[in-house]
Structures are given as structure tokens and as C-alpha cells.
Design a protein around this ligand. Structure first.
Ligand SMILES: [Mn+2]
Length: 419
């Protein structure tokens, strides 16, 4: 049994102002399907965060369509679980019909986890699909009906204990969780913005499974043993990942105690590059850089006082490769990060800050109605000038929550999205 282990595809992801759905993610799918043709796996498992948000854009949905269709036409089995960024209901839409194509997508959490046994070269392997586990979902009457269950670790153990698993055979678990080994958190990157300690499960909860295909943490790595692994996100989603290698994880199970894990590298359309120094030094580096088109570049300005028209000069040299400019003056004082689009503007109004925040998180511009809503809300607060964030403590929570709820109208579910 040979399968690719993928996770955290985040179709629709923005890298600062760059929408990766346009070129980078389609290119990745093309390269991945070539790797499937070359390696001829039996299956592909996708351990959550197919999309970057619960209400994915049409373009992001087209990408998932292209990936699934490409795998189905090649006769590959596909196993998918929702991550914390996915809507389980939307992701598993028409999954009953897709089963006939050997595409298995887990939806809402139920007491009995969806599981499918595939046999290859005479070795049967059962794939167990565990959707993102929230303790209160597991304790719910529709799942385990046990109000005493609390904490992620306890919830995952209780849920797995409720399954009828033949551990004398080969079993693969798909999970999208924050998994620790001896209390050590896996190495993560800034694209996850994990809230400290959220949802920890000790790796021992998965003892007995021959391979655990994890999603959630964006750095590719094993946890505790070689056969419990995060696949990591397939593309660079944050400049903190600049120095990491991105590779596919290919798993071969020949027998219960004969499992190998390989890395398969595929070309990416862009790598990330950080250039730092004074404006003058950075411009010099940029002029010497010949293959700018193969990078997305973050410039870190070390000048204590940024010279006027710095953005114009940087853009003239780096062109569209420059996607982010950060200020880190050498005296270690205040740090400011800015998107290239609005960098020249200097201090932004509260309305502009909202517009930028919305664009960064939702991948689209505010429409007029939303702009009016913000103005109205700020008016009511009597804070048309100054920083919303500076005064945040004085804003009643329910007002702020209502505003955020109205703005992020696409994310009606109340769960959080961290990694
Ligand atoms: Mn993720």
C-alpha cells in the first residue's frame, strides 16, 4: 500500500497581497499530479484544511475540483477530513455520491468514524477518518453523549476507544490536531498563529495506529515516532517558512512492521526570499538578483529613518516580486510591518485599518455597504479619529463582536480558525 500524505492545502490562501489561488496553487496541483503519475500510489490522504476558510471562494473550490478529478481519473482512492479552517458540511457536500469514485470525505463528527479498508499487494489497510475534534462536540449527545468529557486529549481518546478497531491488522488514522510528544509542541510557523496550548493531544493517544497522517501544523515533521507525521503545507504560506524545505510525504506499508516514509520534491512556482539591510543595501541586492520572477520577496528595512520614497525605489527594483516590507531598525526599537499596497500611506485611519484587515483575512475588498457599516459603527463609538486598537479596551465587547460578525459574514460558524 502506497499513498501520498497531504495536509493544509489552504486553497485560496493569500500571501500578503498575493492571491496564491491564481498561479501558485494551480501550478502545485499540476506538479503533484505529475508526481502521482511517476510514483503510482494507491491512494492520497488529505488531513484537513483543504481550504483557507469555511466559505471558500469559487476559485478555491475549482482547485479542489481539479485535484479530486485528476486523482479520480487516475483511479486513485482519496481520503479527506475537514480541518479547523474547513466547514465540515460544505467540504462533505455530495460525499455520498463521491464514494462511488473512491473519494471518501468525512463530514460532521459522528460516534462511528468513517473508515474504509483498501487492499494492495495482498495487504489490507484500514483508513480511519477523524474530523477536527472539539471536546464539546465529542461529549455531545449525538456523538458520545458524555458530558464529563473535557479537553482535547480526553475527547480524542474517548472517541477512538469507541471505535471497533482490529489492531492486529494495518490501520492508518487521519487527524487534524495539535499533537505533542512528552509535552513538547511540534515546531510551527507563523502562518498558523497557534494560541498557546490550544487543543493539545499527546501522541500516545494514537498508539496502535501503524501510521498517523496529521494536519494542522504547517512544518513537515514527525511527532514522537517516524510514523506519526505532519505533512506540512505544500507551499510557502509565510515568510517564517522561508528556510524550510517543502516536499511531499510518500508512505509505503508492506506489512505491519514494514513501513517506509519518503520525501518527494516537486517544483514550486515561487520560493520565498528575505532581504534585509538598509534601503541602499537592499536595492543593491535587488539589482544583483537575476531570477526575481522565481521568488516572492520580503524586504526588511534596517534604517533608523526610512528615506523618502523608499517604497517607490524598492518597487522599481523588485517589481511584483516584492510582496511585503517590514521595518526592523537596527536599534531594535519599534517594528512595523506593512503591505506594499498601502505602505506609502504612513499612518492609516481606522477605516483604512479595517479595510486592510478585511482584505488580508478575507482575500477581497470591502464593498460600499460594508464600508458604510464600519463608518456607522465608528460613529456610534465616537472614534472617527485615532486608532481603534489603541482604544480597544474602551469598546464594549459585544459591539466589537457584532461588528466583526457582520464584517466576516461568510464565517457564520462560531469556531475559531488558528492553524
Ligand atoms: Mn492549517
Amino acid at each position: 500500500m502506497k499513498f501520498f500524505h497531504l495536509a493544509d492545502l489552504h486553497f485560496g490562501k493569500m500571501l500578503h497581497n498575493v492571491s496564491l489561488v491564481q498561479e501558485d496553487q494551480p501550478f502545485w496541483i499540476e506538479q503533484f499530479l505529475k508526481a502521482v503519475d511517476a510514483q503510482q500510489p494507491d491512494a492520497v490522504v488529505i488531513s484537513g484544511d483543504v481550504y483557507d476558510r469555511r466559505s471558500p471562494s469559487p476559485e478555491a473550490m475549482q482547485l479542489f475540483d481539479r485535484l479530486l478529478t485528476g486523482l479520480a481519473t487516475r483511479g486513485k482512492s482519496v481520503f479527506v477530513i475537514p480541518g479547523n479552517h474547513d466547514s465540515d458540511i460544505r467540504l462533505s457536500h455530495v460525499s455520498g455520491l463521491l464514494r462511488d469514485q473512491q473519494i471518501y470525505i468525512a463530514g460532521e463528527l459522528r460516534k462511528e468514524l468513517q473508515h474504509v479498508t483498501l487492499t494492495s499487494d495482498g495487504v489490507p489497510v484500514t483508513f480511519w477518518l477523524m474530523p477536527f475534534v472539539f471536546p464539546r462536540l465529542v461529549s455531545d449527545c449525538r456523538v458520545l453523549n458524555d458530558p464529563d468529557i473535557s479537553g482535547y486529549d480526553e475527547a480524542a481518546r474517548a472517541l477512538l476507544a469507541a471505535q471497533e478497531i482490529d489492531f492486529s491488522a494495518c490501520n492508518v488514522l487521519l487527524a487534524h490536531q495539535n499533537v505533542l510528544h512528552n509535552g513538547n509542541a511540534p515546531e510551527h510557523s507563523d502562518s498558523e498563529s497557534i494560541i498557546g496550548g490550544l487543543g493539545e493531544i499527546d501522541v500516545s493517544a494514537f498508539d496502535g495506529f501503524d501510521y498517523v497522517a496529521l494536519g494542522h501544523i504547517h512544518n513537515r515533521q514527525p511527532v514522537g515516532r517516524e510514523t506519526v507525521r505532519y505533512a506540512g503545507c505544500p507551499l510557502y504560506y509565510d515568510f517564517s517558512e522561508t528556510d524550510r524545505s517543502k516536499a511531499l510525504t510518500l508512505v509505503t506499508i508492506r506489512a505491519k512492521d514494514d513501513i517506509t516514509v519518503e520525501s518527494v520534491e516537486i517544483p514550486l512556482l515561487h520560493r520565498l526570499k528575505r532581504v534585509s539591510g538598509t534601503l541602499e543595501e537592499i536595492l543593491e541586492l535587488g539589482q544583483a538578483l537575476t531570477d526575481k520572477d522565481s521568488f516572492y520577496i520580503q524586504a526588511i528595512l534596517r534604517d533608523r529613518h526610512v528615506p523618502p520614497r523608499a517604497m517607490d525605489q524598492l518597487q522599481a527594483v523588485f517589481g511584483s516580486a516584492l510582496v511585503n516590507v517590514k521595518r526592523e531598525p537596527t536599534n531594535g526599537a519599534a517594528e512595523a510591518e506593512t503591505s506594499t499596497r498601502s505602505a506609502a500611506a504612513g499612518i492609516r485611519s481606522t477605516e483604512e485599518q479595517f479595510a486592510l484587515f478585511y482584505q488580508e483575512t478575507q482575500g477581497e475588498l470591502l464593498d460600499n455597504a460594508q464600508r458604510e457599516l464600519i463608518e456607522k459603527a465608528l460613529d456610534q463609538q465616537g472614534r472617527r479619529s485615532g486608532s481603534f486598537y489603541t482604544d480597544a479596551k474602551e469598546v464594549p465587547n459585544e459591539d466589537a463582536e457584532e461588528l466583526i460578525r457582520l464584517l466576516l459574514k461568510n464565517t457564520e460558524e462560531d469556531e475559531y480558525e488558528t492553524a
